[in-house]
Design a protein around this ligand. Structure first.
Ligand SMILES: Nc1ncnc2c1ncn2[C@@H]1O[C@H](COP(=O)(O)OP(=O)(O)OP(=O)(O)O)[C@@H](O)[C@H]1O
Ligand SMILES: [Mg+2]
Length: 299
């Protein structure tokens, strides 16, 4: 995980930062994977647990605080992103990034694929924010991205883009032909995720894959920016079609109600339209020509 450091004051929060000076707890990959796979327990812990801030993730663009949540003898690491630490973004003027992260979690939960770690909106030591279960990456997990020979990629990998890796030298950036990534790519198409770079998924110790950092999602105009273009224009799987049908119903009902506090009516309608379009075409989307469709740098 990236370096943690002592907390400087948050962007818009004049309150002094209360930090727990005791040793920063490290996360056990197997324990965090088990809790992520048990959303009911994790959500209760995140909602009702006592939050202790241990440090700030230094390379994040918004305030991302490494915390623990404790409840009834259970303690687990989590990230807390206070709304007060959000940098304003011109193209996401409404709502909050924290709210979008929670909305993305709700959609993921409704797919049944469990692709986003349990995430809640709650009050914390720096005011309201999103709190998400920390999923410690499995150090033994296989790489899902690679640079390969531009003349042809290896079997089991799918091309993303040719990349310049030095003066006059190019390589092909590829991702694995992996069912988990394929599901994540479809979820991103629904969320209109503008930031699926390589650092925004985590391989958990139980073999599951989790997407993180969904603050720039749900815009009305197409903003899909991702590395996961390996299935562009290909038919979506039958399983994905079933999930899209479920999502369409859910957006009309319970899921729509759960998203409403976090999104504008236009954003909610656009999400339903994206689901409808994916069902109609039954194909993975193509990169847009009028929007940078690949995050750069890619990790
Ligand atoms: N749920 C999580 N589990 C494990 N690690 C996480 C989780 N959420 C965030 N992180 C770690 O914290 C880093 C910063 O978080 P995140 O990407 O969500 O914030 P950000 O402000 O968008 O940062 P950046 O600008 O670097 O993308 C991630 O790159 C990742 O290493
Ligand atoms: Mg990020």
């Amino acid at each position: 995980m990236p370096a943690r450091e002592r907390l400087p004051a948050l962007n818009a929060d004049p309150a002094p930062v209360q930090e727990d000076e005791s040793a920063v707890p490290s996360a056990d990959p197997a324990e965090s994977a088990a809790l992520a796979a048990d959303p009911e327990t994790a959500l209760r812990l995140l909602r009702e647990g006592e939050l202790t801030v241990h440090g700030r993730l230094t390379d994040a663009s918004n305030a991302v605080l490494y915390c623990t949540a404790s409840l009834d003898g259970l303690t687990a690491p989590c990230v807390y992103k206070p709304v007060a630490g959000e940098r304003p973004l011109w193209d996401f003027p409404d709502g909050t990034l924290a709210g979008r992260e929670v909305a993305a979690y709700e959609v993921s939960a409704a797919t049944g694929w469990g692709l986003i770690p349990p995430t809640v909106l709650r009050d914390g030591p720096h005011g309201p924010g999103m709190v998400q279960l920390w999923v410690e990456p499995d150090p033994a997990a296989e790489e899902l991205l690679a640079l390969q020979d531009p003349a042809g990629h290896e079997p089991g990998w799918l091309p993303i883009v040719r990349a310049e890796i030095g003066p006059g030298r190019t390589a092909l950036l590829v991702h694995r032909d992996d069912e988990r990534l394929r599901r994540l790519s479809l979820l991103d198409a629904v969320l209109n995720n503008a930031d699926r770079k390589g650092g925004h998924w985590i391989s958990a110790a139980d073999g599951r894959l989790y997407g993180i950092d969904h603050g720039v999602t749900f815009a009305v105009p197409g903003k899909l920016r991702t590395l996961l273009w390996g299935w562009a224009e290909q038919p979506v799987t039958g399983e994905a079609l079933d999930v899209l049908a479920r999502l369409a119903d859910a957006l009309d009902g319970v899921l729509g109600e759960r998203l409403r506090p976090h999104l504008t009516p236009a954003e909610l309608a656009a999400a339903a339209e994206r689901v409808a379009l994916l069902r109609r075409t039954a194909r993975h989307p193509m990169p847009s020509s009028d929007w940078p469709s690949i995050p750069w740098p890619p990790v």
